[in-house]
Design a protein around this ligand. Structure first.
Ligand code: CP
Ligand code: NVA
Length: 336
């Protein structure tokens, strides 16, 4: 079975930790491993806008010795004349992995079900797992550890970021709290999945409507836009509904004295966060943005190695030929 990365809990706690270790190594020695040498190509497809994800995958694939192929669905057949399945079956003959930013999670699942190359979710309406790898890498850098840390997400609990925090944080053994208006609660299924994962890792999950209850004593405070991509028509009502969920100095005062602030960006200063917080001394948003590069490079190297190691891509010449290279590079990076 080909390993994909469609949601945060596709990785076990040990696998997530191993990828973060590879990311640390790659950050320390940026051009030291070339698992995509050949170059192998990676398709990176965008149904939605992007700055960080586009640049970090393009640069990261290049750093790994590969060739990035950045595709906008607006000028491809995907989404119009062609299904995710047919697109994947064509791409797998030519590329080593497919990275896709899209709307529904179902399209990603369809694509993954019908291809032998790894599929990576570069943001869907439901999850943003690549961002969470970068966030966890950043938290680990600043806090020294992940397990036992308390993270509070404030705002749209049904958003991709909140739901990814639940799954990724639970996987890491963190205590994840989400404060959101009741009508913007996370999916009950995602909460259940996070609770099950927490039971294995020693983490915990708490969903509340009171931002102060969520932030009290927290080590990490996180927010995100109140108007995610695809929700623009709801903008005014969302601004009204979320007005009590702004992260400002008064809210941060309830967090631990050494708490840090994070935001995946882009940010709307004055709405979900004040300028004094996001541009203040507790904010670690620029490290977080940079870590997209290192975390995604590690993810790609790990996925190629995992799939090469179990022979999933053995029938595919392009991937089979280079899987040993990827495995060696990922292993070398992890053990260096
Ligand atoms: N954080 C993030 O995914 O940013 P972009 O939308 O710019 O890729
Ligand atoms: N929740 C935001 C994240 C942007 C990176 C969105 O989906 O628009």
């Amino acid at each position: 079975m080909t390993r994909h990365f469609l949601r945060d809990d596709d990785l076990s706690q040990a696998e997530q930790s191993a990828i973060l270790d590879i990311a640390d190594q790659m950050k320390a020695d940026r051009w030291g491993t070339k698992p995509l040498a050949g170059p192998q190509s990676v398709a990176v497809i965008f149904d939605k806008s992007s700055t960080r994800t586009r640049v970090s995958f393009h640069v990261g694939i290049s750093d790994l010795g590969g060739s990035p192929l950045i595709i906008s669905t607006a000028n491809s057949q995907l989404g119009g004349k062609e299904t995710p399945s047919d697109t994947a079956r064509v791409l797998e003959r030519m590329v080593s992995a497919i990275v896709w930013r899209t709307y529904g999670q179902a399209g990603l699942e369809e694509m993954a079900a019908d291809t032998t190359v790894p599929v990576v979710n570069a943001l869907s309406d439901d999850f943003h797992p690549c961002q969470l790898l970068a966030d966890l890498l950043t938290i680990r850098e600043h806090r020294g550890t992940l397990a036992g840390q308390t993270v509070a997400f404030i705002g749209d609990g049904a958003s991709n970021m909140a739901q990814s925090y639940l799954l990724a944080g639970a996987t890491a053994g963190m205590h994840v709290r989400v404060a959101a208006p009741a009508e913007f609660s996370p999916s009950p299924q995602v909460v259940t999945d996070a609770e099950h994962r927490s039971a294995e890792t020693g983490g915990s999950v708490l969903v509340v409507t009171d931002p102060v209850a969520a932030v009290a004593g927290a080590d990490v405070v996180v927010t995100d836009t109140w108007v995610s991509m695809g929700k623009e028509s709801e903008k005014q009502s969302r601004l009204d509904t979320f007005s009590g969920y702004r992260v400002d100095d008064a809210l941060m005062a309830h967090a631990a004295d050494d708490a840090v602030f994070m935001h995946c960006l882009p940010a709307d200063r004055g709405y979900e966060v004040t300028a004094e917080v996001i541009d203040g001394p507790r904010s670690i948003i620029w490290d977080e943005a940079e870590n997209r590069l290192h975390a995604q490079k590690a993810l790609l190297a790990w996925l190629l190695a995992a799939n090469g190691a179990n022979g999933a891509n053995g029938a595919n010449g392009a991937n089979g030929a280079n899987s040993a290279n990827a495995a060696n590079a990922a292993t070398a990076a992890a053990t260096a």
